[in-house]
Design a protein around this ligand. Structure first.
Ligand code: ZN
Length: 59
C-alpha cells in the first residue's frame, strides 16, 4: 500500500496523511517549527487516493 505523507514546506518534517486527515489543520510537529500543515496541502491525487482507501490507512 502506498504511504501518503506530507513534508512540511518550512522544515521538511514528514507528517502522515492519517494525522492530517483526522486533524485537517495542525501545527507542524517539527521541533521549533510554527508552520501549519493542512490536509488540503496534499496534492489532489494523494487526497483522492487516501479518501478512497481510507479504511486501509486506519491504524
Ligand atoms: Zn515544519
Amino acid at each position: 500500500m502506498q504511504i501518503i505523507t506530507h513534508a512540511c514546506t518550512k522544515c521538511g518534517t514528514i507528517v502522515s496523511a492519517n494525522e492530517l486527515e483526522s486533524n485537517r489543520v495542525m501545527k507542524c510537529p517539527g521541533l521549533g517549527c510554527q508552520n501549519v500543515v493542512r490536509f488540503d496541502d496534499l496534492p489532489a491525487d494523494d487526497r483522492e487516493h487516501f479518501i478512497e482507501n481510507r479504511e486501509r490507512y486506519d491504524i
